[in-house]
Design a protein around this ligand. Structure first.
Ligand code: MN
Ligand code: MN
Length: 468
């Protein structure tokens, strides 16, 4: 046996005074398997919930199975009671009542279930040179060039003239056709190659191929378009005018898969921010009798600035808190002031291939746990919720008391760009708020990557938050 070298005074001092975030796989290798097992359910959630509406539906099914009931403001609730409320089919609020009165504050965990995608325009269908297409308007921050030649599925809803709501889903079942935006072949791309990357594919070039054979009839002016319409009509009973009463989202048809020989990563569409939505949902459901009442929110419209009445910049969230307060005759102002919120959202994982946009000491890394993001914003923290030292201390304390692996990270180096989350809309209500989530590689791409260990520890952080 080799003789262990005695630690020098400096070495001991170094261990005592410096801080490094460990690789979980190195420090706790037994957790690799636990994390992989946990992520099987997550992958299923990703495949079944590719739009905000689908996520809400899926989550409500799980809630009802777990004994949640729709919130009834005329009722009084006991510790352990579980309620939920759906906002317009696109956002969801859930609560487990705690031992403490609401006036002592609630524990809020908010994730978003909308993801970047290609939305159909209100009048989308057209025919050009014997090919039928959908016109799209992209939703959220996408790098447009990434969306060409990717198999796409069609998801959404149509409200027919008679008021009937029709759910549309093509491209997910085995044997389903998919859809696609075409791109140039390299042989003819000399001029396109001269474009800036941001214009590699332009917004009005994100046209989706939906058909190429005609409805055979000499009298018909646009027979390829007509056949496409007929096929939609056969399947869903809709006509062209129904597109004006629709919300249809074209999303990657790819299913969630393991990435890497070691299967350590998950590759899938929409992990921003369904990774936090799923982990928050699991933590909420598994919380039995918390000290503080929980409020888990899965919200819509984060990717376009939390706008509209299903986004966090609307009053639907504060109204829910006020409804809860009403059940105990509590003053909502006290509830807000004593509450704490995790804004559960992803951050950019350090990408060694593009290291120049990161600052290595303040980036999050895959496999080092969930990432605590003190502030977001751009150009000198503009538009940021900048969490206080006290809030950071509380959240770090909660995580460390439950053995959660966590790290701290900024969204890229200073002045390299920036971004925001729902954090500022929650903190506007006088609630202590900080961002916490999963580091993601290739964020907002049709195929994003997350580490299973990080997903698992984000779930553990959310559970600890509701427990402590
Ligand atoms: Mn996000
Ligand atoms: Mn995003």
């Amino acid at each position: 046996m080799a003789e262990e070298k005695e630690k020098s005074v400096g070495k001991k001092l170094e261990e005592e005074l410096t801080w490094k975030f460990p690789h979980i796989g190195q420090e706790a290798p037994q957790q690799v398997e636990e994390a992989a097992a946990f992520c099987e359910g997550y992958k299923e959630f990703l495949d079944k919930g590719k739009t905000e509406r689908e996520c809400v539906k899926l989550a409500v099914e799980l809630l009802v199975k777990a004994g949640y009931q729709e919130l009834d403001v005329t009722r009084q609730y006991q510790p352990g009671d579980k309620v939920y409320q759906v906002n317009r089919g696109k956002a969801l609020l859930m609560t487990t009542f705690g031992e403490k009165p609401l006036s002592e504050g609630v524990r809020i965990n908010g994730a978003h279930i909308d993801s970047p995608r290609l939305d159909l325009k209100p009048n989308p269908l057209y025919e050009k040179s014997d090919i039928a297409y959908f016109k799209t308007h992209y939703y959220g921050g996408i790098r447009k060039y990434q969306w060409g030649t990717v198999p796409l599925a069609m998801h959404g809803v149509v409200v027919k003239k008679n008021g009937e709501l029709v759910n549309i889903c093509i491209g997910e079942e085995a044997g389903d056709p998919v859809f696609c935006v075409s791109d140039l072949l390299p042989h003819l791309a000399a001029k396109q190659n001269e474009r800036k990357l941001s214009e590699g594919l332009r917004g009005e070039e994100l046209n989706i191929i939906v058909g190429s054979v005609p409805y055979v009839d000499d009298q018909v002016k646009e027979p390829v378009k007509l056949l496409a319409l007929k096929l939609l009509h056969d399947k869903y009973g809709i006509t062209e005018a129904d597109f004006f009463r629709a919300e249809i989202e074209m999303v990657p048809a790819q299913k969630a898969v393991d990435v890497g020989l070691d299967r350590s990563l998950i590759g899938a569409y929409g992990q921003d921010d369904r990774v936090c939505a799923y982990t928050a949902l699991m933590a909420e459901i598994e919380t039995v009798r918390p000290l503080h009442t929980t409020v888990t929110v899965l919200t819509d419209k984060e990717e376009i600035g939390s706008e509209g009445n299903t986004g966090m910049n609307s009053h639907y969230f504060s109204h829910y808190i006020e409804y809860l307060a009403q059940t105990q005759g509590a003053d909502p102002k006290a509830v807000y002031g004593n509450s704490m919120c995790l804004s559960a959202d992803v951050n950019a994982a350090y990408d060694p291939t593009f290291s120049e946009v990161f600052e290595a000491n303040n980036s999050s890394y895959v496999n080092k746990g969930c990432v605590l993001t003190k502030y977001t914003g751009a150009r000198g923290k503009s538009g940021a919720n900048d969490a206080s030292a006290e809030t950071m201390a509380k959240v770090i304390g909660i995580m460390e008391s439950e053995g959660v692996y966590w790290q701290a990270g900024e969204l890229g180096a200073v002045d390299q760009g920036g971004g925001g989350t729902i954090a500022k809309y929650v903190s506007h209500l006088n609630i202590d708020t900080v961002d916490l989530g999963v580091p993601i590689l290739s964020m907002h791409a049709p195929f994003e990557l997350a580490s299973k260990l990080d997903v698992y520890h984000t779930y553990k952080a959310f559970k600890a938050f509701y427990k402590n």
